[in-house]
Design a protein around this ligand. Structure first.
Ligand code: TRP
Length: 455
């Protein structure tokens, strides 16, 4: 699916399964297993989950379908796609915004991905077994206190991502993810079973599933929207890029629906695995970005076969993270290749160097050099917060407006039905969602979240 030079014929996904596998590979990652529990934990649990699910369905799914459709219609990178579909207008700026977001997201994402490499090594060397919750929490802090160790792992992860993108073997990866992602799913189910049978697990389930709307702040609603965008990989052109590899005859709406269901299921299951353990081991649900790393090893330490499960889990999580970082980097690379006529290798190296530069400061800012901060927030926190809660919703807002009002309803229907091949009985609903519901909801949540709108 990759392209070695800008002007050769574009490659495309071989099958519908290939589309779903690649899109799901992008969507499923640390966003589900690391970010969802930590953000839900900071925002009170149950009510947050409910709002999140509403946003996924009413906003996330329509934005995903819109992005894939833009890509499929234009067969070009996000920047070029807007110029093909609406020449002479400023819509291509959405593509540029996406490139900025890609740098920001990959910078903090690879930091956390680096932690998963460290935890794979810890699992391999059996460091979780027979440890108390306090000792397990110390594993994390002493790892962070070295300062250099997380940085090195992050750089290794960036090199791994770049290697795959240069080789253009994302397609080869599809072959493995077909087996590995279902395995990850099985592992999470096993973790869920162990978690809900821990003492005091009911507290955790209540936290996750019993909505308490008194815990919901303005900020929480905005963060639920940001998490929906982040988890589904929408709002910055990743899925325009992937859509551009989809053949005209394919059914994008059914692919988008499958991906949204799978991605959301995995996030909820991750919550079911984490929160019972959080309460059982006396961890604070609002621990922040290290929540999952403080919690999961306790489950492994408390289960039969914990050694092998821990090992498999962190390995699979790394693969899941890789298929996401690839999709983010791809946005920048395909832009450099198609628009600036750079070769793929040079483009990947250049983009990765930029990401690495940001990522190093990001990693240090979290626990070691708190001076790398703006307004009391670490660089890591700033990139994490602003990319998800500001850039992605803004991108999503413009994308749905574009598709709903500027692409032409006839053309839109034609792309989605693949020239009348597929049933589009819900097209009216989709159009209503992207014309009114999604843009108004995004705007309202955004203004409310930053405190400019009050009810
Ligand atoms: N969705 C991925 C995850 O949950 C991360 C990701 C990949 C992403 N591509 C993206 C996030 C584009 C936002 C935009 O881990």
């Amino acid at each position: 699916m990759s392209n070695t030079s800008g002007n050769k014929q574009r490659e495309s996904f071989g099958s519908k399964f290939g589309i779903i596998a690649a899109t799901a590979g992008s969507a499923i990652g640390l966003g589900n297993i690391w970010r969802f529990p930590y953000v839900a934990g900071e925002n009170g649990g149950g009510a947050f989950l409910l709002i999140y699910l509403g946003f996924v369905l009413l906003i996330g799914l329509p934005v995903m379908l819109s992005e894939l459709t833009i890509g499929k219609a234009a067969q070009r990178n996000p920047f070029g796609a807007f110029r093909i579909l609406r020449p002479g207008e400023k819509w291509f700026l959405i593509g540029l915004m996406g490139i900025v977001a890609a740098f920001m997201i990959n910078a903090f994402y690879t930091v956390v991905a680096g932690w998963t490499l460290e935890y794979l090594l810890k699992a391999l060397t059996n460091q979780f077994s027979n440890k108390s919750a306090t000792e397990i929490s110390e594993l994390f802090s002493s790892f962070q206190q070295t300062g250099w160790r997380p940085v090195v792992w992050t750089l290794i992860f960036i090199v791994l991502t770049a290697t795959i993108v240069i080789a253009g073997i994302e397609k080869g990866i599809e072959k493995y993810t077909k087996i590995l992602m279902p395995l990850l799913f099985v592992m999470i189910i096993i973790l869920c079973i162990r978690a809900v049978t821990l003492p005091n697990s009911l507290e955790g389930l209540k936290f996750l599933f019993k909505p308490d709307f008194s815990k919901i702040s303005n900020k929480a609603i905005l963060e639920a929207l940001g998490q929906a965008f982040f988890s589904l990989s929408v709002g910055m052109g990743t899925l325009i890029t992937y859509g551009s590899y989809i053949k005209k005859k394919e059914n994008v709406s059914s692919s988008a629906t499958s991906v949204v269901i799978t991605d959301t299921l995995i996030a909820v299951l991750a919550g079911v695995a984490i929160f019972p353990a959080v309460f059982s081991f006396g961890i604070s649900p609002a621990s922040g970005p290290d929540l999952v790393f403080q919690t999961l090893p306790n489950i492994f330490s408390q289960m039969n076969g914990g050694y092998i499960f821990g090992l498999m889990f962190f390995f699979l999580l790394i693969v899941a993270a890789l298929t996401s970082t690839i999709s983010i980097l791809e946005v920048v690379v395909v832009y450099l290749v198609e628009e600036l006529k750079m070769n793929r290798k040079k483009a990947t190296i250049l983009a990765s160097l930029g990401i690495a530069f940001l990522a190093v400061f990001c990693s240090l800012s979290l626990y070691n050099v708190p001076e790398i901060a703006i307004g009391g927030k670490s660089l890591f926190g700033i990139l994490d917060y602003t990319s998800s809660n500001i850039l992605l919703p803004l991108g999503g807002f413009l994308i749905v407006l574009f598709v709903a009002w500027f692409m032409g309803v006839g053309k839109l229907k034609d792309e989605i039905s693949a020239g009348g091949k597929y049933n589009v009985s819900l097209f009216g609903l989709y159009l209503f969602l992207i014309r009114f519901v999604a843009p108004l909801a995004i705007a309202a949540v955004f203004l409310y979240g930053i405190g400019l709108l009050k009810f």
